[in-house]
Design a protein around this ligand. Structure first.
Ligand code: DP6
Length: 331
C-alpha cells in the first residue's frame, strides 16, 4: 500500500508594478479599484511545498526555516481553506516556504508567496487549474499574487467580480530587456501593511481622480511597452507612482512610506534622465526605489546607485518566468 501523501512544490517570482494596484472595490476578494501592469522579476524566487497530511490537527507554516503561529499562519490557513473548499479535501497541511531574497529587500514577497502557495496547494489537492483560474485563486490570497502567476509583462484586469478579475501576460519576457535595479535604503519590514493601505485609499480625496484616470495610464503603458518607447514609459511610470503616493499622503490617517534617501534617489534618477541616461523610478509601499532602465544602461545605473549614500543593497532583475511546479520527493 502506498503511503505517499498529497504533496507539491511550486516556485514563483515577485513582480514590480508599473501601473499600481492601490485600493479595492471588494476587500474580501481583492477586486482592485483599478487595473495594473507589472513585470515579473527573474532571479528572485519563493519556493513553497504543500503536503496535506491526515495526521495534522492544524495547518503548519514554516517560513524561511522558522515555524510561524502568527497572522501569517492565519492568512495561509485561510487560503488553504479556499483550496479545500474547491477540492473537497478536509485534511490539514504543512506549508514550507522560503525565499532566495531577504524579506527586508524591499521587494514584495506576498505576491510570490501566494502565487507559489496557490500553485502548490491546488496541485497537491488534485486540482488542475488553468493559469487564469490559478490567477483568480492567487488573487484571493494577495491581490498582486495574481500577476506573479504569469511571466514577463503582465496586466491584471480589474474586472468587477471573481470571474472577471484576473491577470495575463501581455508581452513575453524577451519582448523588451528592461531591468529593475532595486536600491534598498531600508531593510526593515514596512510599518503599515498594503492590506491596511488599500483600506485607507478611499479616504483620500485624490483616489477618485487617480482611479478615473487609470484606463488612460494603462493604455499609455501598454502602448509604450509595445513600441519599446522608454521616454513615454518613464513619464507614465513616475506619474503612476507619484499618484499612488499622493493618495497615501492624503489618506486618513496619512501614510508616508518614504525616507529622506527615497526622495534623494527619486531626484537623482530624474536628473540622470534629463541629462540623457534612460532611467525612471517607481516606489511601492516602502522606502526602496526601483530604478527601471533598458538592459544596456543597467551597469551604469547600478554603478551610480552603489556610490550613493544611503543605498544598502542593490538587486538587478530582468523580466522573469511564470510560476512553475517542481519535482517533489515522496514522503
Ligand atoms: C504598492 O498585493 O501586497 O505593491 O492584496 O492586501 O496582499 P494585498 O496587497 P498587495 O498590494 C500591492 C500594492 C503595491 C502596488 C502593486 O503591486 O500593484
Amino acid at each position: 500500500m502506498s503511503t505517499r501523501l498529497p504533496c507539491a512544490t511550486a516556485v514563483s517570482c515577485p513582480n514590480i508594478a508599473l501601473i499600481k494596484y492601490w485600493g479595492s472595490q471588494d476587500t474580501e476578494r481583492n477586486i482592485p479599484a483599478n487595473g495594473s501592469i507589472s513585470i515579473t522579476l527573474a532571479g528572485l524566487e519563493t519556493t513553497t511545498t504543500v503536503t496535506f497530511d491526515p495526521d495534522l490537527a492544524t495547518d503548519r507554516l514554516i517560513l524561511n526555516g522558522a515555524p510561524r503561529s502568527d497572522s501569517s499562519l492565519t492568512r495561509v490557513s485561510g487560503h488553504l481553506d479556499r483550496v479545500r473548499r474547491l477540492s473537497g479535501l478536509t485534511t490539514h497541511a504543512e506549508v514550507i516556504s522560503g525565499n532566495n531574497f531577504p524579506l527586508g529587500a524591499g521587494i514584495a514577497s506576498s505576491a510570490s508567496a501566494f502565487a507559489s502557495l496557490t500553485l502548490a496547494a491546488t496541485q497537491a489537492a488534485g486540482l488542475e487549474l488553468s493559469p487564469r483560474d490559478l490567477s483568480r485563486q492567487a488573487r484571493l490570497g494577495s491581490g498582486s499574487a495574481c500577476r506573479s502567476v504569469f511571466g514577463g509583462y503582465v496586466e491584471w484586469h480589474a474586472g468587477d467580480s471573481h470571474e472577471t478579475s484576473f491577470a495575463e501576460t501581455i508581452f513575453p519576457p524577451e519582448h523588451w530587456s528592461l531591468v529593475d535595479v532595486v536600491a534598498v535604503v531600508n531593510r526593515e519590514p514596512k510599518p503599515v501593511s498594503s492590506s491596511t493601505g488599500h483600506g485607507l485609499a478611499p479616504t483620500s480625496p485624490i483616489q477618485t481622480g487617480r482611479v478615473a484616470d487609470a484606463p488612460r495610464r494603462l493604455d499609455g503603458c501598454r502602448q509604450a511597452l509595445l513600441e519599446r518607447d522608454f521616454d513615454r514609459l518613464a513619464a507614465i511610470v513616475e506619474l503612476d507612482s507619484n499618484l499612488m503616493h499622493a493618495v497615501m499622503l492624503t489618506s486618513d490617517p496619512p501614510l508616508l512610506y518614504w525616507s529622506p534617501s527615497t526622495i534623494m534617489l527619486m531626484q537623482e534618477v530624474v536628473a540622470w534622465r534629463k541629462a540623457g541616461l534612460g532611467v525612471c523610478y517607481t516606489v511601492d509601499a516602502g522606502p526602496n526605489v526601483h530604478c527601471l532602465c533598458e538592459g544596456s544602461n543597467a551597469p551604469e545605473i547600478a554603478r551610480r546607485l552603489r556610490a550613493m549614500e544611503g543605498v544598502l543593497d542593490l538587486y538587478e532583475c530582468r523580466p522573469g518566468p511564470p510560476a512553475r511546479l517542481m519535482e517533489t520527493s515522496a514522503r
